[in-house]
Design a protein around this ligand. Sequence first.
Ligand code: PEP
Ligand code: MG
Length: 533
Amino acid sequence: MSPGRASGPVVRVAEPLGAPASGPKPADPAAESARIAPATQAVVARLEALAEAATGDAAVILMTTAAMAADPALISEAERLVVAEGLPAARAVHESANGFAKTLAAAGGYMAERVRDIEDVRDRVVAELLGVEPPGVPELTAPSVLLARDLAPADTAGLHPDRVLALVTEEGGPTSHTAILARSLGIPAVVAVRGLLALDAKALLVDGDTGLVEVADPDATVLAAAKTGPADWDGLGRTSDGHRVKVLGNIGSPADARAAAEAGAEGVGLFRTEFCYLDAAAEPTVAEQRAAYTAVLTPFAGKPVIVRTLDAGADKPLAFLSPDAEPNPALGVRGLRVAFDRPGVLDRQLEAIAGAAEDSSAEVSVMAPMVATAAEATWFAERAHSAGIARVGVMIEIPAAALAAREILEVVDFVSVGTNDLAQYTFAADRQLGAVAALNDPWQPALLRLIAIIGEAAKAAGKPAGVCGEAAADPLLARVLTGLGMTSLSMNAPAIRGVGAGLAGVSRAECEAIAKEVLSAADPVSARSRVAG
Ligand code: PEP
Ligand code: MG
């Protein structure tokens, strides 16, 4: 969920179309092929109208997309396929656009980045020919509540907080990237609402604090998210008796970095570098990466920043790193595992991070995602040191790594607990799947017991252990994590002040006492109620 309460008219996100049927053969191929140009013109006209109403980058993107849709080569190839191969118009457009996308991908660089645009054009024209809604997030003409099965991270990242009052999805768990991105955009969201798609509602009230979604009166005034006032916090993370727990930001873009800095983050506990490349068709060059990372790090000049190397795969596929098809992508070649076969990609990224550290003057450390063993941690640390990066850590998000925290802390400088994945793998419960969302509750005592093991190992090693999963963003749970020995907490900007203020209100001994209580609870509800008292 993402906090805040809003209500307003519903806009549904259409389901993906898939490839249109390749038959039956049109009875009159000439007439069928003549449908293509007008359909394309309708799409172009709609995109141009949207571009006129938009400003800045959005206007430029929409004009570029319109120009692609109007490309005579795309249209004439589709027309040829109808006449020469007897394909229905929709299928011919699909194949013609795919041919162009392949050529662009092969050209690499800037051209390859246009593949997504051509696919967008393809789906819009196909939808026009089939007389159905185009897939993906529609252009919103008024503030609306978006209703979807689920959204791709790239779709969510492109949402405009001024136009999207709230987001509600049938699928997705509390730690899915849709929920995380919604939180970072400050859009109230409720995910995993069973039966949502079957709901016939013109307007909805969405309460991201309680998870309540109600049918609202379509004629009532639109209610924008209530902004909560800033909590009282002096910007230094510590308990009431002065025990330091750094309050850090989770970021993935320059805008996130500015928001985290403005919210008072003492540094960055997680920079998700893969968020810079969700749309990239080809591996960015070292120079491109260095510039992109510098833009993100600059607001934290002189402050500590942990840059995570690419965490691709499963719910965050990167086109240029996509592995062979796997039956279980979340258990496959993802995170650091991608680098074992392609160490060059990691080495180039480390070189770019070292360069960005120099350019931005941030105090940069690196960490690897999805580490399973101490041997993997050693492998990563050696490569990072060779790239000239002095401080190296790893994420603990696989139960085996939590159980091996002592050995891992012998070979790295710090660890950071990714509670989103640690919960997913502890409970064998897909973090994107609404049906198993309750298992991924960060208040699950079994998850907290693993974190206790990590806290003890960190204390014994005299090294820091942070939490950068969504668990850290809950002010009550932040106290528990402090009591379990975590020395920093990292979260999206909107949560920073609340967590900082929450910590300042309790002593370290109180945190340790509630942590003990929670560890002996039988389930998340009783764990939470013991702390909320
Ligand atoms: C996590 O798994 O908790 C984490 C912080 O990484 P991500 O959410 O990016 O997978
Ligand atoms: Mg993770």
